[in-house]
Each structure stands twice: as C-alpha cells, then as structure tokens.
Write a protein that binds this ligand. Sequence first.
Ligand code: ADP
Length: 171
Amino acid sequence: MPLTVAVGDITQLDVDIIVNAANEALTRGGGVCGAIFRAAGPRLIEACARAAPCPTGDARMTPGFDAKARWIVHAVGPIWRGGAYGEAALLESAYHRSLERAKGAGATSIAFPAISTGIYGYPKEEAAQIAVSAVRAWRALSKTPEEILFCCFSESDAEAYRRELGKAPRC
Ligand code: ADP
C-alpha cells in the first residue's frame, strides 16, 4: 500500500493508531498533543503518567480511550537546536520506534503528525524528508502496519511531504 498524505486534524482519521508528538514526561501539551488529549479524555492522563518517562527518540503506547483510534503511540521527537545535536537521528528513531510499537500491537493502519515541527521548531522540509525516509526504510523491512499516513495540519505542510514522496528513495 502506498504511503499517503492526509490534511487535517489527526484525531478525525479512521486509523488503528494515531501518533502523538509527545514530550518526555508524556504530559498534556499544546498543538497536536492537546488535540489528542482532548479527544481521548481524562483516562489518557493517567495512562501516560504510568508509561512516562519516554526518552527523546523513543515511543510509548496507550489505549485510545475516547479517541476514534484504538491506540495512541506517544513519540518523542527532538527539540531543534540548530541541527548539530543529533536531531535527525533522534527524529528518525521516533518514527522507527513508533512503527515497532504499531507492529507489536498488530495494527493495520497508523497516522503520523509532523513530529517536532511545531513547538519543537524542527524545520518542516527537513523533518518531512526524515519522516519519509524513515517510513520507507521501515517499509523495506516490514509489510505491517499496512497503511501508513502522514497527517499534515496545513496544505503547505502536505506539499513538502508530496514532494518528498515524489522523489526516488535515497540509497
Ligand atoms: P512538537 O512539540 O513535536 O513540535 P506540535 O504539536 O507543536 O509538536 O506540532 C507538530 C505538528 O503537528 C505541527 O506541524 C502542527 O502544525 C501539527 N498539528 C497541530 N495540531 C494538529 C492536529 N490536530 N492534527 C494534526 N497535526 C496537528
């Protein structure tokens, strides 16, 4: 199944797993995190407290509670500090660890937001390039989850993903 780009609110998607752009403490934040906590309801706060902390580059999984998705994967991307602090490897790892969790759960579909590109300040084009290459690398190793979506909050963010997906995979 091809990698696809969706535009809109990730909490409205019809998928097994939505990925949260989380912080290490797995506490409620703004941006996509705030939207996911709103959709999942108060039980998510407690489940996240039990699963915390989560180091940067790693991911934890909780039920989706009142959200449409069955599970939520909380992936911690890096805070952008100029690019010389291992940010790219940490961002790639956040995608990879999320997909490992999804496969472990037997999920067939997963949607990622543009991790780290909001409050954490990662440049959007570079983040899209890493997201696409991380997911392609996963796809080369595993067929599951079958459906992998990139959920963008704006049409211009989606364009960056479409450009990346249109390029041949890097070796
Ligand atoms: P981070 O702290 O990892 O930077 P943010 O939530 O601030 O996380 O931003 C990550 C990305 O999620 C940004 O590109 C932002 O525009 C996008 N975003 C915000 N709200 C939503 C939502 N409801 N659905 C999908 N993406 C969203």
